[in-house]
Design a binder for this molecule. Structure first.
Ligand code: PMV
Length: 322
């Protein structure tokens, strides 16, 4: 039996553009998904995932990936399908997952559980996965289910920390940061990432030149932000967040609630603020000087946001008990 945990993620810069091959910056959040995995003698696949109301989901190992799979089991099951294609599993498998965060926040519980299950199976079976193989198996699993996405959530779950990331893991460069004065505000609205990616795709098809110009401008912001983050110039990073937000607004993915929370944060003294991720809801982020932190937190709360007290730059996947 093994217990593995992996962090959630937050996009700091470059969302949507990253789906088209442009760079982004992502950080891992210190709320973790945990999976306990056991190899069984009987050739059965059994899952308990209380957070998503799954108790004793059971099927034969020969039926893995076949038939209707409940939403709460999809990532765990497809992770096993992909892993066993390369490394046949001659046992049954029991998986129990538990999340420190609600899947509502958009912190990436799906990719974190995918990464946990692959790490657990590899360790239990004595398989030594290279980082690239580990990323590819996990990303394939996410694509099998979601059909789209850059894979930044997989990179955050796997490596942790803060990374410059390019689609499909063609670049995953850690940014070594000592601190990051980030404030995270949840809108209370669960966003549908896939449909927002499709909205941007439509916009790209209708106005390719305009959207390409937006993505190029975002790329310049990502490059500058990376440099300024490494220098610890958070005031400038905040200003770059504001620039990035303007382009995200132009893409049509911001909402009134996000805008209200962003405006409130800036008004209360934040250096900058933007939405984080697909838009349409989920979270916004702000950077603020230490003496303005409380005022910014209060301002976000006053307009109906929920400030999440979670550390960022968190550790990547790790074996907790073996
Ligand atoms: O909604 P989130 O936090 O999963 O972020 C989506 C970010 C996108 O760039 C829109 C999609 C992606 O896979 O990179």
């Amino acid at each position: 039996m093994i217990t593995v945990s992996a962090p959630g993620k937050l996009m700091l810069f470059g969302e949507h553009a990253v789906v088209y091959g442009y760079p982004s910056i992502v950080t891992a959040v210190g709320q973790r998904m945990r999976a306990t995995v056991e190899l069984l003698d009987a050739p059965e696949f059994i899952v308990d995932a209380q957070d998503v109301d799954i108790t004793s989901y059971k099927k034969k190992m020969t039926e893995l990936g076949i038939g209707e799979i409940p939403k709460g089991v999809q990532f765990v099951e497809m992770a096993l399908v992909n892993f066993s294609k390369k490394y046949p599993i001659m046992h049954g498998v029991y998986v129990k997952t538990a999340s420190e965060f609600s899947s509502q926040f958009g912190f990436g519980s799906s990719s974190a559980s995918t990464v946990c299950v692959i790490q657990a199976c590899a360790a239990l079976m004595g398989v030594n996965l290279s980082n690239k193989e580990f990323f590819d198996l996990s990303y394939q699993t996410v694509l099998d289910i979601q059909k789209t996405g850059s894979g930044f959530d997989v990179a955050a779950a796997l490596y942790g920390g803060t990374l410059e990331f390019v689609k499909a893991g063609t670049l995953m460069e850690p940014l070594l940061l000592k601190e990051m004065p980030l404030i995270i505000g949840y809108t209370g609205v669960k966003a549908d990432t896939t449909s927002l990616i499709l909205d941007v795709k439509k916009k790209y098809e209708n106005e390719p030149e305009k959207v390409k110009r937006i993505f190029e401008a975002i790329t310049k912001i990502v490059t500058d932000a990376k440099q300024k983050m490494l220098e610890g110039d958070w005031e400038r990073v905040g200003t770059l967040m504001n620039f990035n937000q303007e382009y995200l607004r132009d893409l049509g993915i911001s909402t009134e609630k996000l805008e209200a929370m962003i405006a409130a944060a800036k008004h209360a003294g934040a250096w900058g603020a933007k939405l984080s991720g697909a838009g349409g809801g989920d979270c916004m982020i702000a950077l603020a000087p230490p003496d303005k932190r409380k005022a910014v937190t209060d301002a976000i709360t006053q307009v109906g946001g929920q400030v999440m007290d979670v550390p960022v730059n968190a550790e990547g996947v790790k074996v907790e008990k073996f």
